[in-house]
Design a protein around this ligand. Structure first.
Ligand code: FES
Ligand code: FES
Length: 151
């Protein structure tokens, strides 16, 4: 089936089979590998994207369900030319080690800061609780979100 989405503000189309995930379509058909595939079970958050502005796991959404909707991936946060403030803050604070969790964390953090521009530590922890990181211990990730919120 033909799936049409607005991907990071641009129209995008792909031929997908009916059971294909949005994550697969993004990565393998639409040239957007930023969203990572770690568990494909909705457990790790590495595939997080915004679907019509709502945070979702792209591995749990069918590409067909996204037909006619707007999808924002980590690539879309930087479309204005420079890095998104969260991307810059992750770099500056050393919140990236292997980087596999980073795109999903940045999308989830962007969703958080849109809803809570000045979040408490507890709110940050709750908002990012669906995003697993094996490397950092989270301290620098939370520091990055606080830095971006402050800016
Ligand atoms: S790959 Fe989607 S939640 Fe892990
Ligand atoms: S930086 Fe490696 S999983 Fe988070």
């Amino acid at each position: 089936m033909r799936v049409s989405i607005t991907l990071n503000g641009l129209e995008a189309e792909a031929d997908c089979w009916e059971g294909e995930s949005l994550l697969f379509a993004l990565r393998e058909r639409l040239g957007h590998p930023g969203s990572k595939n770690a568990c494909e079970q909705g457990e790790c958050g590495s595939c997080s994207v915004l679907l019509d502005g709502k945070l979702v796991c792209a591995c749990l959404v069918l590409a067909a369900q996204a037909d006619g909707h707007q999808v924002t991936t980590v690539e879309g946060l930087a479309l204005s030319g420079g890095l998104h403030p969260l991307q810059q803050a992750f770099l500056e604070t050393g919140a990236v080690q292997c980087g596999f969790c980073t795109p999903g964390l940045i999308i989830a953090a962007a969703d958080l800061l849109r809803r809570h521009p000045d979040p408490s530590d507890a709110v940050i922890r709750e908002a990012l609780s669906g995003n697993l990181c094996r490397c950092t211990g989270y301290t620098q990730i939370f520091a990055a979100v606080r830095l971006a919120a402050g800016r």
